[in-house]
Design a protein around this ligand. Structure first.
Ligand code: FES
Length: 157
């Protein structure tokens, strides 16, 4: 007589437990992805390392400095520590803005062709005045004071 392959109650419990775990894991994954997309950008990028190494000064409420040579024309420098972006829209003209995206507070990640890019949801800002080029950012990046002394750029943090 052939043995019938009926799941035992233990088998059902195992399946149910595995399914429940699968759902739970998937739920955690979704939550983690949502958090990472709405918080700050991934840590440890080359840009962050270079930016932190290039700036000096205290975080928030003061000033920091960066060598003008670290702020390319049509591009800029992102101070990840103080969350400030310093740009040079044209030769010898320097601007500074908060690096905190006005959409969901990610730190902007790149600047090229005078466009500041947020990595989280694709917002783009002008490196000339911080205005929104592309949403979902609802408002411009706030300007910071910036001054040039010789080859050193001093900016508000
Ligand atoms: S945080 Fe959403 S686009 Fe910047």
């Amino acid at each position: 007589m052939a043995e019938q392959s009926q799941p035992t109650s233990a088998d059902r419990r195992t399946v149910l437990r595995a399914t429940a775990l699968g759902v739970a894991v998937a739920g955690v994954g979704v939550t983690a992805a949502a958090c990472s997309s709405s918080n700050s950008q991934p840590q440890g990028s080359a840009a962050q390392t270079a930016s932190v190494a290039g700036a000096t000064g205290a975080a928030g409420g003061g000033t920091a400095t960066v060598a003008a040579s670290k702020v390319p024309v049509d591009s800029g420098f992102i101070d990840q520590t103080n969350r400030v972006v310093v740009t040079q829209p044209s030769s010898g003209e320097f601007k500074a803005f908060t690096a905190v995206c006005t959409h969901a507070q990610c730190t902007v990640s790149t600047i090229s062709n005078n466009v500041i890019q947020c990595p989280c949801h694709g917002s783009q800002y002008s490196a000339k005045d911080g205005s929104v080029i592309q949403g979902p950012a609802p408002s411009p990046l706030t300007s910071k004071t910036v001054s040039v002394s010789g080859s050193t750029i001093t900016y508000e943090t």
